[in-house]
Design a protein. Structure first.
Length: 261
């Protein structure tokens, strides 16, 4: 899939690994200038080097999206460096690990606050920061990354479910408010995506892999590229009439029961 982004400046939060890294490589391959954001400086610089070694353009900017001042600094640095912001992908997110998941009456308050701060507040802070430039220019694309857990909650991760559901509704509210300014806002809800952090968490350990795949009609986990291709479309000018839409990319997981009966 090829889209001409050679004159576009794209910020991708949480782009030092996983889905964010995959999207960064795809956008750079399609000509975009990519601003890699994250808190892992070493990982961010590696992604920048990957892009530059392939002939692309990228910089890394360290910022905690859950901090309003740092989110603003990310936007300001991008405008100072490149003069504009065309696309923001709010991808940064965290969840509680497999071994530490608990029902709500046992869920740690500090973890609730941490997850909501990154996964929901971060979307608000980063969006608000870039919109100063986008609304002035009369053009912009914001793509929020939620999760199927924001559509159909899973057990023992109440904070993640609440944050990701909030991202979906925030996306729709933003789409209504920003359409008059030429800014499109959409949300992607990935299903199970096989990335290093998921493997390290034990998500696919033992019999869990077979159990998860039994719920997915396509019988495979997603890849960062699967999410990236959806983002490429939504960021393109060809998707100019698409705003406020929820794009589920999950191999059919949430379409219904996949049992053989």
């Amino acid at each position: 899939m090829k889209v001409d982004f050679k004159n576009k400046v794209v910020i991708i939060t949480g782009a030092t690994s996983g889905i964010g890294r995959g999207m960064a490589l795809l956008f750079a391959d399609n000509g975009a200038t990519v601003v890699i954001n994250g808190i892992d400086e070493e990982g961010g610089k590696k992604v920048v080097e990957e892009i530059r070694s392939a002939g692309g353009r990228a910089i890394f900017f360290k910022a905690d999206v859950g901090n309003a001042d740092e989110a603003q600094a990310l936007a300001d640095k991008t405008v100072a460096e490149f003069g504009k912001i065309d696309v923001l992908i709010n991808n940064a997110g965290i969840n509680i690990g497999m071994k530490d998941r608990r029902p709500i009456h046992e869920f740690p308050n500090e973890m609730w606050k941490k997850i909501l701060n990154v996964d929901l507040d971060g979307v608000y802070y980063c969006s608000k920061a870039v919109l100063q430039n986008m609304t002035k220019n009369g053009y912009g694309k914001i793509i929020n990354i939620s999760s199927i857990v924001g559509v159909v909650p899973l057990r023992n991760q109440c904070a993640f479910a609440a944050a990701k559901a909030g991202v979906i509704h925030l996306t729709k509210a933003m789409a209504i408010e920003l359409a008059p300014f030429g800014v499109n806002v959409n949300v992607i809800c990935p299903g199970s995506v096989q990335i290093p952090i998921m493997i390290e968490s034990g998500m696919y350990a033992d019999n869990r892999y077979e159990s998860i795949m039994s719920h997915i009609p396509q019988k495979r986990p997603g890849t960062p590229q699967d999410i990236g291709y959806a983002a490429l479309y939504l960021a393109s000018d060809e998707a100019g009439y698409v705003t406020g839409a929820v794009h589920i990319v999950d191999g059919g997981w949430t379409s219904g029961f996949a049992r053989d009966w």
